[in-house]
Design a protein around this ligand. Sequence first.
Ligand SMILES: Nc1ncnc2c1ncn2[C@@H]1O[C@H](COP(=O)(O)OP(=O)(O)OP(=O)(O)O)[C@@H](O)[C@H]1O
Ligand SMILES: [Mg+2]
Length: 395
Amino acid sequence: MISILIVDDNEETRRGIRKTLVQEKNMIVVGEAVNGEDCIQRTADVRPDVVVMDIEMPILDGIQACDVLTKKYNDLAVILCTMQPTVEKMQQCLAAGAKEVLFKPYDANELLAAIRRAFDRTPHPEEKQAGKLPAEIVAVYSPKGGTGVSLLAANLALAYSLRRKGKTLLLDYDVHYGSGALILQLPPNRTIAEWVQEEVKDEDVFRQYVMTHKSGLDFLAAPFSPEQGDLVDGDEARTILKFANSLYEHVVIDVPSKITEVAMVALEQSTGILLVVSTDILAVNNARKAINILRELRFLGKVRLVLNRSNVGSIGVKDNEIEEALELKISHFIPSDGRLTVASINTGEPLVLKYPKSDIARAVFAIVDPPPGKTKQAGRKTPFRLQAGSIRSGG
Ligand SMILES: Nc1ncnc2c1ncn2[C@@H]1O[C@H](COP(=O)(O)OP(=O)(O)OP(=O)(O)O)[C@@H](O)[C@H]1O
Ligand SMILES: [Mg+2]
């Protein structure tokens, strides 16, 4: 995974670069800066692998900033971009330590190739060379509150932790009304709210924020209060995911129903999205709107539809009507069981641990377990993004 900081004073250019990079499974945008000075500060905060930076910027230009950065960090690659395709400019860039120079306008392929070359030609610390594969990042999301996202995310994370090799992290990105701590009965000492206020953000500090459930699952808690949730923005959410990605094999994100910056980052950076819907018409209606957004963002290819409380009988919208309305096949059916769910939540004993044979737990395990016939597959399991294949049209 190559982490990238985008630096340009022009917002549209930054957005354009970000749009190209989010499509790449091995690249992650960890932040943006608007001039050279801002870039030096952001680089210290998020320690990207690659900085993609414009030259012509106010306050401190790209060449000056590049000079400072490459003297300070020998594991950082800087790519400079300029409107002036002259030999002199090129020489100035290389003298400042730039690994690549891109002349504007450049296309997406040129940018991606330059990032890969620059990254490959830069020495990396041992842990980066150890070759850890990118994590499987599953965003559990519903555009309608109360659909069961938190219940499913917590149980799914536990199922990953129990059934899959490697470490799993549950990330409570419902930063205003997180409920993971209650569901797991893990009262946090520190939450994402304190993490964002840390001056130094590195892996060691990150580890101090993670709590371990008795099952072995790791958990990063949402802030205690909704006001503190406002402290968390998209860049912070991205930074957390960068650490999660390098420390874990599986990450499950509890995504808030409201499309906030944090929710957008979760959807964008995930390798798969479980879109949770229920059989009432309001949930289906919201899911339809969300699918239109996900299609526009080109995220639909990694979406799998989960029908929660699937067995409510004739009063609910029928499965085939849901599939027709959403133009997606339902991949997973989670039955309703009010008694068991309330008992589980109120006692802090998650379903998949306390009642692993229950219908809900079995349905959750089925999301994690590879499809029959694929169990002998060597190496790491294929991220489900690649198995989605459930889109009927669009995408
Ligand atoms: N399959 C189910 N059977 C019975 N009850 C369920 C089921 N799924 C969820 N619930 C219940 O529905 C309520 C809402 O669930 P949950 O908090 O997980 O939803 P959410 O989508 O995270 O909501 P919010 O938008 O408030 O974060 C909870 O009381 C939960 O126990
Ligand atoms: Mg919730």
